[in-house]
Design a protein around this ligand. Structure first.
Ligand code: ATP
Ligand code: MG
Length: 474
């Protein structure tokens, strides 16, 4: 690692020297800065064997192939790349012809995934210009398409490496490494921006955001992840253009949610997203409540995000369902309260009525997969179950498959709300988990039957039906 950092320093100081001597060592898209093997820290040992295999096979097949994006950028920064992306002049079909383990994916942006067990190497054909009516476009209108807002609905015009560099989002992501000559090609002064820690869009920021509004999220994500600053001209249009986010499909928003919130940087990303008016496109109901200055809600979601960050940074498992459940918990309580203002519904009916309003509304922003929706509901239902400990109930709840998530959620609530009832309940369950079985029986005996001292009337059991959406129904 030390060697890598020193090498980086060497490269950067060389570049800095070059700048002062020649005043104008900037790359242009036609004339990239080329760093030879001794001028950069990227080496084959730092690439995964699968990435190397793909690069070699493409080269052997007669194609150009480069490691690009995060793979090069992160190595320059002395970090371990999360994954390896490759750019080539081979078309998707030609790539498929070379690899048996290849899947072609994406309509908007056609890509090849080369699958090696759990590792996927993403291979993209060089993108070309879509605004000039190219031959490809004339011969096939399905390759490129733009919406009325300037959004690229399809971007499948192929081109040269220079054009490809221009179509990439940020300067730091337009660095290409070749295993043929071991050189790094910098088409947009990305090495200097890596050195200066600047996130800068390639081209006109407004046009680039209009083409793909997700770039606004990516700017924030890279800034927090890499501890960089977004350059003033890249930052300037974001707030004004934030409404473009409404055009992003909910499925893509789910992927972006994972990258922003299940990455160890949820708190930092949340703060940035809010400051640029972007958070509302993930959680409109939450934003609405936050704008009413709901301190309890804000403290609660901050704590949930902080916990998620801590767990990820300690390499512990997390489920996105927990964060979704936390985001929507207080808005859900509000819905329940509004629906049941005259207490005419049984609590459980009010809960399901509120659920059937809040979930479809949330789904319009983020397509939360069914399996996570199930866990969210489990966590919420467990809050009620955890409060009822009489008889055999505590033991049953303890055996619930999502007990741990429900208990963790209860701890958060107790910490934020700090009511004696919740604090006592959280402590009770903490103790219950560590004592002997006999002691558990004694603990249950010691529980007051309900907060008001009265035993609740037994619930009528509904026969479970096939359409029942209660995930905790046994
Ligand atoms: P990481 O994988 O660490 O999150 P990355 O830079 O590799 O970062 P990816 O999402 O894997 O990001 O994308 C790989 C590369 O593809 C990027 O570096 C960038 O060059 C290009 N790219 C990805 N998304 C876009 C986009 N929306 N617009 C333009 N270029 C993009
Ligand atoms: Mg990547």
């Amino acid at each position: 690692m030390k060697r890598v950092i020193n090498l980086c320093k060497k490269v950067f100081s060389k570049n800095a020297n070059k700048k002062t001597k020649t005043t104008k060592v900037v790359s242009t898209l036609e004339q990239p800065i080329v760093l030879s093997r001794s001028q950069h820290p990227v080496s084959r040992q730092l690439l995964s064997p699968s990435a190397l295999k793909v690069l070699y096979r493409l080269n052997k097949g007669g194609y150009d192939a480069y490691l690009v994006g995060g793979g090069v950028r992160d190595i320059l920064l002395g970090l371990k790349p999360k994954d390896f992306d490759i750019a080539t002049n081979a078309t998707p079909d030609e790539i498929k012809g070379l690899f048996r383990n290849c899947r072609l994916i994406g309509r908007r942006f056609r890509l090849a995934h080369i699958v090696f067990g759990r590792e996927i190497i993403e291979v993209a054909t060089f993108r070309g210009h879509h605004d000039s009516a190219s031959e490809q476009e004339q011969s096939c209108t399905k390759t490129s398409k733009q919406s009325e807002h300037g959004m690229l609905l399809r971007d499948n015009i192929y081109g040269t490496i220079e054009e490809d560099a221009e179509r990439r989002d940020f300067t730091i992501n337009a660095l290409y490494y070749s295993t043929k000559d071991f050189k790094v090609y910098d088409f947009a002064n990305g090495v200097k921006d890596v050195e200066d820690k600047v996130i800068r869009l390639i081209g006109d920021p407004e046009t680039r955001y209009r083409e793909d509004p997700v770039r606004m999220l990516r700017a924030i994500r890279f800034a927090t992840k890499l501890d960089m600053e977004i350059s003033p001209e890249t930052r300037a249009p974001i707030k004004e253009l934030s409404a473009l986010m409404a055009n992003i499909p909910a499925a893509r928003m789910f992927e972006e949610f994972l990258k922003l919130f299940i990455s160890g940087k949820a708190v930092a990303n949340y703060k940035q997203l809010r400051s640029y008016n972007l958070f509302t496109y993930f959680f409109p109901a939450v934003e609405q409540e936050l704008n009413k200055n709901d301190q309890l809600l804000e403290r609660f979601i901050m704590l949930a995000m902080q916990n998620t960050d801590n767990r990820i940074n300690n390499e512990q498992r997390v489920t996105p369902a927990f964060l979704f459940a936390a985001m929507l918990w207080y808005p859900l309580q509000k819905y329940i309260h509004q629906i049941n203002i005259n207490n005419q519904l049984a609590p459980q009916d009010a809960f399901f009525a509120a659920l059937s309003e809040i979930m479809p509304e949330q789904q319009r922003s983020i397509a939360i997969p069914k399996r996570f929706q199930g866990v969210m509901k489990d966590i919420w239902i467990l809050q009620d179950k955890l409060a009822r400990r009489e008889g055999k109930r505590a033991f049953k709840t303890f055996e619930h498959p999502k007990f741990r998530a429900g208990y963790d959620f209860l701890l958060l609530r107790a910490e934020i709300e700090s009511t004696p009832t919740l604090i006592e309940l959280a402590q009770w369950w903490t103790d219950f988990q560590i004592v002997s079985n006999d002691a558990r029986v004694q603990m249950i005996k010691g529980v007051k039957t309900s907060p008001s001292g009265k035993r609740r009337s037994p619930r009528k059991r509904k026969k479970p039906t096939a359409s029942s959406n209660n995930p905790s129904a046994e």
